[in-house]
Design a protein around this ligand. Structure first.
Ligand code: TXA
Ligand code: MG
Length: 325
């Protein structure tokens, strides 16, 4: 499959022109954002967007996020741009915040899985922004992985998960944030976090006042506020087991080929241990890479030392819980 390496500090204009031409003719381009790599298509074309669902094996009830080059382009994807959206955009865009608002008729129903709302964001990555500026349309892009699998944080992860499905992969190396954007529903009576991310509920409250957080414990098969938030999600092939620092060795004895992701302790010299950072942003940046690596190296079990209960770890804790289902 065609891969173009792109230096984010010195972007190759020819690679962007090629990628933009693919989007314009209805094809699929995998591209880096600051959170994870996305699999992009023209968000205004139902046929192009169908290609995303096919490539990912994504269920049609799971809506896509629409990416825009700037606030003006984002506001054209929705029917109204309330003061809350304006304030959040000023504070957090470009950045890892997706806002859910009533959708404009220019966005076909397939993008939003038939919902009357659409999730929009302006990503904070020079390659994503260059691509968005080069096309005259917004780009619908879910994470560039097979449905239910771990999101890609490098170009190699994309190629490993989607093979030849993208017409082009723009590979700009590892991403900075490492887990998916915070999804905030602004169409609700009270703004509600549907998916935690590295922009925390408290940071949103500092701008908006009241913000609720949707329960992440809705069992599979039950109607949920964000249709994509399946309980089992973000899972590697290996089984993921969460354990506290005292029970890591015991948990490790449950598998054949086991790797332990340890944050505070190194349990036992006879066990494979990968050290994880002690601060949440660094941990988030590396987590999916570790899960991909565990699969690539044939581990059948990943034992993960539990992370702190603090709010700063909410998004990481959410992804670990889902991975361990
Ligand atoms: O960081 C990210 O958000 C990455 C990069 C590529 O931007 N994208 C991403 O997309 O994670 P995806 O498709 O893997 O996750 C989209 C999430 C799903 O949980 C989906 O249900 C939710 O956003 N979502 C999208 N539109 C929605 C809507 N109209 N109402 C409620 N939830 C929505
Ligand atoms: Mg995803």
């Amino acid at each position: 499959m065609p891969v173009r390496k792109v230096d984010p500090a010195n972007i190759d204009a020819a690679a962007i022109t090629e990628a933009a031409a693919i989007i314009t003719r209805g094809g699929l381009v995998a591209f880096p954002t600051e959170t994870v790599y996305g699999l992009g298509a023209d968000a205004t074309s139902a046929t192009a967007v169908q290609g995303i669902f096919n490539a990912k094996g994504r269920p049609s009830y799971n809506p896509l996020i629409v990416h825009a080059a700037d606030v003006t382009a984002a506001s054209r994807c929705v029917t109204s741009w309330p003061a809350m959206a304006r304030e959040l955009a000023e504070r957090f865009w470009p950045g890892p915040l997706t806002m859910v608002l009533p959708k404009s008729p220019s966005i076909p129903d397939i993008v939003t899985a038939g919902l009357p709302t659409v999730g929009v964001r302006v990503p904070n990555h020079p390659v994503a922004l260059a691509l968005l500026r080069a096309v005259s349309v917004p780009i619908a892009a879910p994470s560039a992985n097979r449905s239910m699998h771990v999101s890609p944080t490098t170009g190699d992860h994309v190629a490993g998960s989607l093979g030849g499905a993208p017409d082009l992969i723009l590979d700009a190396g590892p991403v900075a944030v490492g887990i998916e954007s915070t999804v905030l529903d602004l169409s609700a009576t009270v703004p509600t976090v549907l998916r935690p991310g590295m922009i925390s509920a408290d940071e949103l409250r500092a701008v908006l006042g009241r913000v609720e957080v949707a329960s992440s414990h809705v069992p599979d098969g039950v109607a949920r506020p964000s249709p994509g938030m399946m309980d089992r999600h973000y899972s590697p092939e290996a089984r993921v087991v969460l354990a506290n620092s005292h029970s890591l060795v015991e948990a490790a004895s449950a598998g054949h080929r086991v790797v332990v992701l340890a944050r505070t302790v190194v349990p036992d010299r006879s066990i494979t241990v990968w050290r994880m950072p002690e601060n949440a942003p660094e941990y988030a940046r590396l987590l999916y890479g570790m899960l991909h690596r565990a699969d690539a190296e044939g581990f059948d079990t990943v034992v993960v030392e539990e992370v702190p209960p603090d709010a700063g770890w909410d998004a990481v804790r959410d992804r670990l819980r889902r991975a361990s289902r």
